[in-house]
Design a protein around this ligand. Structure first.
Ligand SMILES: Cc1cc2nc3c(=O)[nH]c(=O)nc-3n(C[C@H](O)[C@H](O)[C@H](O)COP(=O)(O)OP(=O)(O)OC[C@H]3O[C@@H](n4cnc5c(N)ncnc54)[C@H](O)[C@@H]3O)c2cc1C
Length: 153
Protein backbone atom coordinates (compact mmCIF):
# COMPACT_ATOMS: atom_id res chain seq x y z
CA UNK A 1 0.00 0.00 0.00
CA UNK A 2 1.21 3.50 -0.85
CA UNK A 3 1.05 6.50 1.45
CA UNK A 4 -2.44 7.28 0.14
CA UNK A 5 -5.21 5.06 -1.13
CA UNK A 6 -6.63 7.17 -3.96
CA UNK A 7 -4.65 5.71 -6.87
CA UNK A 8 -5.86 3.20 -9.45
CA UNK A 9 -4.39 -0.29 -9.50
CA UNK A 10 -3.30 0.26 -13.13
CA UNK A 11 -1.61 3.59 -12.27
CA UNK A 12 0.22 2.10 -9.28
CA UNK A 13 1.41 -0.87 -11.39
CA UNK A 14 2.53 1.32 -14.26
CA UNK A 15 4.95 3.23 -12.02
CA UNK A 16 5.82 0.11 -9.99
CA UNK A 17 4.90 2.03 -6.87
CA UNK A 18 6.73 1.54 -3.61
CA UNK A 19 4.76 1.28 -0.41
CA UNK A 20 5.69 2.05 3.16
CA UNK A 21 5.28 -1.53 4.36
CA UNK A 22 8.19 -2.74 6.43
CA UNK A 23 10.00 -5.64 4.77
CA UNK A 24 8.28 -5.56 1.38
CA UNK A 25 9.65 -4.24 -1.89
CA UNK A 26 7.87 -2.43 -4.73
CA UNK A 27 4.44 -3.45 -6.01
CA UNK A 28 5.81 -5.81 -8.68
CA UNK A 29 6.74 -8.30 -5.95
CA UNK A 30 3.01 -8.74 -5.18
CA UNK A 31 1.91 -9.27 -8.79
CA UNK A 32 1.22 -12.81 -9.98
CA UNK A 33 -0.16 -12.04 -13.45
CA UNK A 34 -1.59 -9.24 -15.58
CA UNK A 35 -3.86 -9.06 -18.59
CA UNK A 36 -2.73 -6.53 -21.20
CA UNK A 37 -4.39 -4.96 -24.24
CA UNK A 38 -1.51 -4.30 -26.65
CA UNK A 39 -1.24 -1.49 -29.21
CA UNK A 40 -2.42 -3.76 -32.05
CA UNK A 41 -5.51 -4.79 -30.07
CA UNK A 42 -4.24 -8.22 -29.07
CA UNK A 43 -4.94 -9.37 -25.51
CA UNK A 44 -2.04 -11.04 -23.72
CA UNK A 45 -1.68 -12.59 -20.29
CA UNK A 46 1.74 -12.00 -18.78
CA UNK A 47 3.44 -13.41 -15.70
CA UNK A 48 6.93 -14.46 -14.66
CA UNK A 49 6.52 -17.66 -16.68
CA UNK A 50 4.23 -16.59 -19.55
CA UNK A 51 5.18 -13.64 -21.81
CA UNK A 52 7.78 -12.77 -19.16
CA UNK A 53 9.31 -10.00 -21.27
CA UNK A 54 5.93 -8.22 -21.50
CA UNK A 55 5.43 -8.69 -17.75
CA UNK A 56 8.75 -7.03 -16.94
CA UNK A 57 8.20 -4.21 -19.43
CA UNK A 58 4.61 -3.38 -18.47
CA UNK A 59 5.12 -3.08 -14.70
CA UNK A 60 6.86 0.25 -14.31
CA UNK A 61 6.31 0.92 -18.03
CA UNK A 62 4.03 3.98 -17.70
CA UNK A 63 1.44 2.46 -20.03
CA UNK A 64 3.81 2.43 -23.01
CA UNK A 65 3.58 -1.34 -23.52
CA UNK A 66 -0.18 -1.73 -23.23
CA UNK A 67 -3.21 -1.14 -21.04
CA UNK A 68 -3.43 -3.31 -17.93
CA UNK A 69 -7.03 -4.50 -17.66
CA UNK A 70 -6.75 -7.25 -15.03
CA UNK A 71 -4.31 -8.05 -12.27
CA UNK A 72 -3.86 -11.03 -9.97
CA UNK A 73 -2.24 -9.83 -6.74
CA UNK A 74 -0.88 -11.40 -3.56
CA UNK A 75 -2.76 -9.88 -0.63
CA UNK A 76 -2.25 -9.70 3.12
CA UNK A 77 -4.95 -9.69 5.80
CA UNK A 78 -6.39 -6.25 6.53
CA UNK A 79 -5.60 -5.53 10.19
CA UNK A 80 -6.32 -2.59 12.49
CA UNK A 81 -3.31 -0.44 13.32
CA UNK A 82 -2.54 2.26 15.84
CA UNK A 83 -0.28 5.13 14.89
CA UNK A 84 2.08 6.47 17.55
CA UNK A 85 4.14 9.50 16.51
CA UNK A 86 7.43 10.64 18.07
CA UNK A 87 9.74 13.55 17.18
CA UNK A 88 13.52 13.17 17.38
CA UNK A 89 16.80 14.31 15.84
CA UNK A 90 18.33 12.54 12.87
CA UNK A 91 21.23 11.45 15.11
CA UNK A 92 18.83 9.67 17.47
CA UNK A 93 16.87 8.00 14.68
CA UNK A 94 19.21 5.09 13.81
CA UNK A 95 19.19 3.58 17.31
CA UNK A 96 15.49 4.30 17.71
CA UNK A 97 14.74 2.53 14.41
CA UNK A 98 16.74 -0.58 15.46
CA UNK A 99 14.81 -0.82 18.73
CA UNK A 100 11.32 0.13 17.54
CA UNK A 101 10.98 -0.86 13.89
CA UNK A 102 13.65 -3.24 12.56
CA UNK A 103 12.89 -6.88 13.32
CA UNK A 104 9.45 -6.12 14.81
CA UNK A 105 6.74 -8.09 13.03
CA UNK A 106 3.84 -6.02 14.41
CA UNK A 107 5.05 -2.77 12.80
CA UNK A 108 3.20 -2.78 9.48
CA UNK A 109 4.18 0.62 8.04
CA UNK A 110 6.82 3.16 8.99
CA UNK A 111 7.70 6.71 7.92
CA UNK A 112 10.35 9.17 9.08
CA UNK A 113 9.36 12.62 7.84
CA UNK A 114 12.26 15.13 7.87
CA UNK A 115 11.59 18.74 8.84
CA UNK A 116 12.90 21.52 6.56
CA UNK A 117 14.83 23.73 6.29
CA UNK A 118 17.83 21.96 7.90
CA UNK A 119 16.48 18.35 7.97
CA UNK A 120 18.24 17.72 11.29
CA UNK A 121 15.11 16.40 12.99
CA UNK A 122 11.97 14.58 12.01
CA UNK A 123 8.84 12.74 12.96
CA UNK A 124 8.86 8.94 13.24
CA UNK A 125 5.47 7.37 12.57
CA UNK A 126 4.79 3.69 13.20
CA UNK A 127 1.60 1.90 12.20
CA UNK A 128 1.45 -1.01 14.65
CA UNK A 129 -1.00 -3.93 14.59
CA UNK A 130 -3.53 -3.68 17.37
CA UNK A 131 -6.46 -5.63 18.75
CA UNK A 132 -8.02 -2.42 20.08
CA UNK A 133 -11.36 -1.45 18.58
CA UNK A 134 -11.41 1.30 15.94
CA UNK A 135 -12.69 4.00 18.24
CA UNK A 136 -10.23 6.80 17.58
CA UNK A 137 -11.64 10.32 17.85
CA UNK A 138 -9.88 10.87 14.50
CA UNK A 139 -12.52 8.71 12.78
CA UNK A 140 -15.18 11.13 11.63
CA UNK A 141 -18.45 10.89 9.83
CA UNK A 142 -18.43 11.70 6.13
CA UNK A 143 -20.39 14.92 6.66
CA UNK A 144 -18.81 16.10 9.89
CA UNK A 145 -16.98 19.43 9.88
CA UNK A 146 -13.22 19.66 9.26
CA UNK A 147 -13.03 23.39 9.97
CA UNK A 148 -9.35 23.60 10.95
CA UNK A 149 -8.16 21.53 7.93
CA UNK A 150 -10.32 23.56 5.58
CA UNK A 151 -9.04 26.81 7.04
CA UNK A 152 -5.39 25.70 6.73
CA UNK A 153 -5.87 24.44 3.15
C1 LIG B 1 0.04 12.50 -2.85
C2 LIG B 1 0.81 11.43 -3.58
C3 LIG B 1 1.43 10.42 -2.85
C4 LIG B 1 2.15 9.43 -3.51
N1 LIG B 1 2.72 8.44 -2.79
C5 LIG B 1 3.41 7.49 -3.42
C6 LIG B 1 4.02 6.42 -2.70
O1 LIG B 1 3.90 6.32 -1.49
N2 LIG B 1 4.72 5.49 -3.41
C7 LIG B 1 4.85 5.59 -4.78
O2 LIG B 1 5.51 4.74 -5.36
N3 LIG B 1 4.27 6.56 -5.47
C8 LIG B 1 3.56 7.50 -4.83
N4 LIG B 1 2.96 8.48 -5.58
C9 LIG B 1 3.02 8.44 -7.06
C10 LIG B 1 1.84 7.57 -7.57
O3 LIG B 1 2.03 6.23 -7.19
C11 LIG B 1 1.80 7.58 -9.09
O4 LIG B 1 1.59 8.90 -9.49
C12 LIG B 1 0.71 6.65 -9.62
O5 LIG B 1 0.98 6.38 -10.98
C13 LIG B 1 -0.64 7.29 -9.49
O6 LIG B 1 -1.63 6.42 -9.95
P1 LIG B 1 -2.85 6.96 -10.80
O7 LIG B 1 -3.91 5.91 -10.70
O8 LIG B 1 -3.22 8.36 -10.38
O9 LIG B 1 -2.18 6.95 -12.24
P2 LIG B 1 -2.18 8.05 -13.40
O10 LIG B 1 -1.53 9.31 -12.94
O11 LIG B 1 -3.55 8.10 -13.99
O12 LIG B 1 -1.22 7.31 -14.43
C14 LIG B 1 0.16 7.14 -14.16
C15 LIG B 1 0.80 6.39 -15.31
O13 LIG B 1 0.28 5.07 -15.39
C16 LIG B 1 -0.29 4.82 -16.66
N5 LIG B 1 -1.51 4.00 -16.46
C17 LIG B 1 -2.58 4.30 -15.68
N6 LIG B 1 -3.47 3.29 -15.69
C18 LIG B 1 -2.94 2.33 -16.52
C19 LIG B 1 -3.40 1.04 -16.95
N7 LIG B 1 -4.57 0.50 -16.55
N8 LIG B 1 -2.61 0.33 -17.79
C20 LIG B 1 -1.41 0.85 -18.23
N9 LIG B 1 -0.93 2.05 -17.85
C21 LIG B 1 -1.69 2.79 -17.00
C22 LIG B 1 -0.61 6.20 -17.26
O14 LIG B 1 -0.58 6.17 -18.66
C23 LIG B 1 0.55 7.02 -16.68
O15 LIG B 1 1.72 6.85 -17.46
C24 LIG B 1 2.23 9.47 -4.93
C25 LIG B 1 1.59 10.48 -5.67
C26 LIG B 1 0.88 11.44 -4.99
C27 LIG B 1 0.17 12.50 -5.81
Amino acid sequence: MQTYANFTVGGALSVNAHGHYIGYGPLVSSVRAILLVLADGRIAEASRTENAELFRAAIGGYGAVGIVTEVELDLVPNTRVERPVIKMTVDEYGDWFDQNVGGRRDVVFHNFDLYPPDYGSGRAVNWIETALPANSPRLRGRNSAHRLSRYLM
